[in-house]
Design a protein around this ligand. Sequence first.
Ligand SMILES: Cc1cc2nc3c(=O)[nH]c(=O)nc-3n(C[C@H](O)[C@H](O)[C@H](O)COP(=O)(O)O)c2cc1C
Length: 229
Amino acid sequence: MKIGFGITGAGHLLLDSVELLEKLMAKHDVTVLLSAAGEEVLKMYGLYERVEKITGGYYNELIREKEQKFSYPITGRFSLGKYDLLIVSPATSNTIGKIVNGIADTLITNAVAQAGKGGVKTRIIPVDLESGDLDTVLPSKLELDLCQKCEVCEAAADCPGDAITPGIEIDLLKCQGCGACAVACPFSAISAGKIITIHMREIDIKNTAKLHDFEGVEVLGHPSDLRII
Ligand SMILES: Cc1cc2nc3c(=O)[nH]c(=O)nc-3n(C[C@H](O)[C@H](O)[C@H](O)COP(=O)(O)O)c2cc1C
């Protein structure tokens, strides 16, 4: 099968999505499409290199929104029906909100729009599925209540991306999610993979519900619900 796999900028379900991608790559031609935020967030969670490593070659490319211009000519492959399937996992509330309002101004929303026009089946795995609270995972975080504001910060010294301002914060846009800081800090003041509970907004849940009316689009609750591997 020829599959397009879109990754947007959600931390939630991101690891499960990369694991699904790895399984699909072993059996199918998979073109990976990264939204600009998807690329940033993959790096924050230390997953970007994992995706980069498995991509390459015709129809197995890594397409980065940051390297595209405004008309996303690559998505012409979807309008021409060159793919059997488009998967978007995870799909942020931003991306879902745009899709259900017919907006196609990002790499991923454009791919979904063109897939609709080209008759390519689409499977979307949204983060915002059900009302209520959701447990989700954070990237590396400096816990200020544990930080001893050492004269020489060992976590900052070991950070390859120079992302840490000691005693203040981690700049997530510089963080590569390698976890070296958490190992280096003798006071365990850096958490990685901390679980927090967030409240789902009703507008996002309503937007996700609207996806069900889209021809050719199926909504899945989790990457493991995809049944084509
Ligand atoms: C660490 C981190 C995690 C995020 N996780 C989520 C998430 O789980 N769900 C979501 O809707 N947005 C999340 N965002 C916000 C999106 O990245 C942001 O809305 C972005 O504009 C989405 O763009 P995209 O839909 O084009 O990928 C996260 C941002 C950061 C920095």
